[in-house]
Ligand binder design. Structure first.
Ligand code: MG
Length: 458
């Protein structure tokens, strides 16, 4: 059975994600590392966080690894720390999932998330149950480092034009959703000379006001407060603060794809170089790349795929249309606080956030899902049909077809027996039409794969 999903090992805390699992996964890491090296271990604000972190610490120590307990930290904060001070890391987090969930994610020594191959190696060790348990006198050393978040904040400040931001004295409402970002974002903003008003900045794993996922409908308090206080912008993060979203000075939620394109444009204007984004991203990224004359690379969905490609092509910027922004000069991972600091740097140029939104081309997006088993067979049929159409196509994750005036993407879900279909066009009618085309293709393919199953001798 596969342990790792798109983002580490996830499930309901104390049901699937138990202390026993945390001990054993940490033992897997120790075994994988040959019982040598230092591992930093931290968690987000979830109620089960301390329990699982303690278990992971015990597991790592039992294999002879030295452990640094970094406490409650955003994912990008521990990634930064591991890159500079440790050989690996473990973060106990379920990111944007609802409160009952938790998860365990491994961090490589270069401060990036574990590659799929490394995860497979861990899985093999886990299923074999053969851990390198050391004798009593070789169990690892342990210490606490409580300066991790401060180190992270200091380095973000070094990565942006802090002086320009400070001169603007921005008024910012920060909704950290009671997650790990509560320990970093408000303080970063203060250091950048902002007048900060916080919302849900108490560490509380019951997440009393909103789910850790910062969807527009969950941010009514934020939008209201931005309007009431006349703030320059509102900012919200997910539970482990690797993603970030914004509300403009009018209290309007900034579309994630618009945000991505807006930052991409700014980044390549200052330094020409490749952009990287998953196939699910908007045509707006194509427009930016064409306008600025830079290369754009598509990857499969999942931030680790984007990061690996960025390393390979030496990209200037990359990210996903869900508030996952990656600034390689700072570090190779999604970083919510860094994204916020960069947006402030852009605003320091003098334009309002709503004006910047308008500078990005307008598109209409539609999405739907359809139940379908046998994803692999269906995908093959769709690929065949699509390649007969003579349009540009990408099959790095599902099937994406580019038409002259829009695109449709059909991809099987990694976790449920469904297909997700996304479409984008210059007008609403065409976006709906393309969505319907994708839907029809999946339904036709599903029917013929069922028929083929019936006809094939069992
Ligand atoms: Mg996250």
């Amino acid at each position: 059975m596969a342990l790792f999903g798109t983002n580490g090992v996830r499930g309901i805390a104390n049901e699937y994600i138990t202390p026993e699992l945390a001990v054993n996964l940490a033992r897997c890491l120790g075994t994988y590392m040959g019982s040598k090296g230092t591992v930093a271990i931290g968690c987000d604000t979830r109620i089960s966080g301390q329990m699982l972190k303690s278990a992971a610490i015990a597991g790592a120590l039992s294999t002879g690894l030295s452990v640094i307990d970094v406490g409650i930290v955003p994912t990008p904060s521990i990634l930064y720390y591991v890159r500079d001070f440790a050989d690996a890391g473990i973060i106990v987090t379920a990111s944007h999932n609802p409160r009952q969930y938790n998860g365990i994610k491994f961090i490589a020594g270069d401060g990036s998330e574990f590659s799929r191959d490394a995860e497979k190696d861990i899985e093999k060790i886990y299923h074999s149950g053969e851990y390198s348990i050391v004798s009593w006198e070789k169990t690892g050393s342990f210490r606490i480092d409580s300066g991790v978040n401060e180190y992270y904040i200091r380095n973000i400040i070094k990565s942006v034009n802090a002086e320009a931001i400070r001169n603007c004295k921005f008024k910012v409402v920060a909704d950290t959703g009671c997650g790990a970002g509560s320990l970093t974002l408000p303080f970063l903003l203060r250091e950048l000379g902002c007048q900060v008003l916080t919302l849900e900045a108490q560490l509380d794993g019951t997440f009393p006001w909103r789910n850790p996922e910062p969807l527009p409908e969950a941010l009514t308090e934020l939008t209201n407060l931005v309007k009431m206080t006349g703030a320059d912008l509102g900012v919200a993060q997910d539970g482990d603060a690797d993603r970030v979203v914004f509300v403009d000075e009018n209290g309007q939620f900034v579309n994630d794809d618009v945000l991505l394109a807006m930052i991409a444009k700014y980044m390549v204007k200052h330094e020409k170089g490749p952009l990287v984004t998953p196939v699910s991203s908007s045509q707006r990224m194509v427009d930016v790349a064409e306008e600025e004359g830079v290369e754009l690379y598509w990857t499969a969905v999942g931030s680790i795929n984007v990061v690996r490609k960025m390393m390979e092509v030496n990209a200037v910027f990359g990210g996903e249309g869900n508030g996952g922004l990656i600034f390689p000069k700072h570090q190779y991972c999604r970083d919510g606080a860094m994204g916020c600091a960069k947006v402030l740097e852009i605003l320091a140029g003098g334009k309002k956030l709503s004006d910047l939104e308008k500078s990005v081309p307008h598109y209409f997006n539609e999405k739907t899902k359809v139940p379908a088993k046998n994803a692999h067979a269906i995908m093959e049929i769709v690929k065949n049909e699509a390649s007969g159409l003579g349009h540009k196509m990408d099959t790095s994750d599902g099937v994406k077809i580019w038409y002259k005036d829009g695109w449709v993407l059909m991809r099987p879900s990694g976790t449920e027996p469904i297909f997700r279909i996304f479409a984008e066009a210059k007008n609403q009618e065409r976006a709906e039409e393309l969505l319907q085309e994708g839907l029809d293709m999946i339904i036709r393919a599903e029917k013929s794969s069922r028929l083929a199953n019936k006809l094939s001798p069992s």
